[in-house]
Design a protein around this ligand. Structure first.
Ligand SMILES: Cc1ncc(COP(=O)(O)O)c(C=O)c1O
Length: 398
């Protein structure tokens, strides 16, 4: 067989996709599996948004659109962004892509050369370093701990910046930890970033999903002077339970957006026209559906964090947002269930799936060994069942 391109060997399959696939496979074989591995709301897309998609089909909005989205959707995106972030952008400062993951991938292709360094605080979403590596650039991972709230400090950021730093990627609230930066923390990071001419990628895909009234501010809001090199990545996937529709976007510098436009014009062309119409409905309709989901997520967060901390060997920080708990399982590592030894978080996840049919994602995939990510985008019944199974599996380890 002729050889593959070298670049495809630089990346590994997504761990979250892999474990969800394994859980689905076991379930399809008739095994009793509870899965907490997927990063998507368990809610259906709200009815009025589905209706918007159906209406778009009936109205014949089934043709190509402009490569980076219809003007109508772009206007809706920018109006929502200005409301949320208090900073205006023009139509040539937004590009709609096939989900936020695609938006980020486009930015990696447009902005990073081989050898460029991209700073990524860990625990980090699995795709950030993979996309950087794919284009031959170098991820520079800054580790953070639960004691630091899994948030990068200004000093650590300063220490990681070099003349080769091309970009810094920040995610708040975070996948996988649910941690969100406060306004003061963002201001302190902005002060460091002012001193270094690099791109600043701010992933706010979970920005609407914060709890107990947490005041989620955008870095753009607290540091509007950084606007020229600050790129916001966002989308409808998580906020509106629209993961399958594949609509995300980048807002920022018009030259970067023009580059994304050129790239999309030669690759995907436009994101699905029908999905764009539905996304516009999501943004322009009353936002009650989000409030309902947010309320449900908050109750689940409280229950799961309480339940996890009640299990010996597990410790979980209470996250401010998103729908993930990211507990340490260090207290269980090195133990055995009979002759099955559990040495790492990867072993622990395999052990959970095999022994009690529970799927969670190993922290190693997020640059944080010794932890697991549990998505609580699951019903309260599933959460109770999961906590029972986890306590059962943990209790068997000695
Ligand atoms: C932090 C983060 N950014 C981006 C994405 C991608 O979102 P989308 O489904 O819109 O591609 C995800 C999805 O899991 C995510 O967790």
């Amino acid at each position: 067989m002729p050889r593959f391109a070298e670049r495809i060997s630089r990346i590994q399959p997504s761990a979250t996709v892999a474990i969800s696939g394994k859980a689905r496979q076991l379930a399809s074989e008739g095994k009793d599996i509870v899965s907490f591995s997927m990063g998507e709301p368990d809610f259906d897309t709200p009815e009025h948004i589905r209706a918007g998609g159906a209406a778009a089909i009936e109205a014949g909005h089934t043709r190509y659109t402009a490569a980076t989205g219809t003007p109508e959707l772009k206007k809706a995106v920018l109006a929502a962004s200005a409301r949320r972030r208090g900073v205006e952008h023009q139509l040539d400062e937004v590009a709609v892509s096939v989900g936020a993951k695609h938006a980020l991938f486009n930015l990696a292709l447009c902005l990073y050369d081989a050898g460029d360094e991209v700073i990524i605080p860990a625990p980090h979403w699995v795709s950030y370093p993979a996309q950087v590596e794919f284009v031959g650039a170098v991820p520079v991972v800054i580790e953070t701990t639960a004691d630091e709230g899994f948030k990068v400090s200004p000093d650590a950021l300063k220490g990681a910046l070099t003349p080769k730093t091309k970009a810094v990627v920040l995610c708040s609230p975070s996948n996988p930890t649910g941690s969100a930066y406060t306004e003061d923390e963002l201001k302190a990071l902005a002060e460091v970033l002012r001193g270094h001419e690099c791109w600043i990628l701010v992933d706010e895909i979970y920005g609407e999903l914060v709890y107990e009234g947490f005041d989620q501010k955008s870095l753009l809001t607290v540091a509007p002077d950084l606007k020229e090199r600050l790129l916001i990545i966002d989308g409808v996937s998580k906020t509106y339970a629209m993961t399958g529709w594949r609509i995300g976007w980048t807002i920022g510098n018009a030259d970067v957006i023009a580059a994304v436009n050129k790239l999309q014009g030669q690759s995907t062309t436009n994101p699905c026209a029908v999905a764009q119409a539905a996304a516009r409905v999501a943004l322009e309709s009353p936002q009650d559906a989000i409030d309902e989901m947010r309320t449900a997520f908050e109750k689940r967060r409280d229950r799961i964090v309480e339940g996890l901390n009640a299990i010996e060997g597990i410790e979980c920080r209470k996250p401010e947002g998103a729908f993930y708990a990211f507990p340490s399982v260090e207290g269980l590592l090195g133990k055995s269930d009979g002759d099955r030894k559990v040495s790492t978080d990867l072993d622990f996840c395999d052990y959970l799936l095999d022994s009690v049919g529970m799927a969670v994602v190993p922290g190693t995939a997020f640059g944080a060994p010794g932890h697991v990510r549990i998505s609580y985008a699951a019903s309260m019944e599933q959460i109770e069942e999961g906590l029972k199974r986890l306590a059962d599996a943990a209790g068997r380890l000695s």
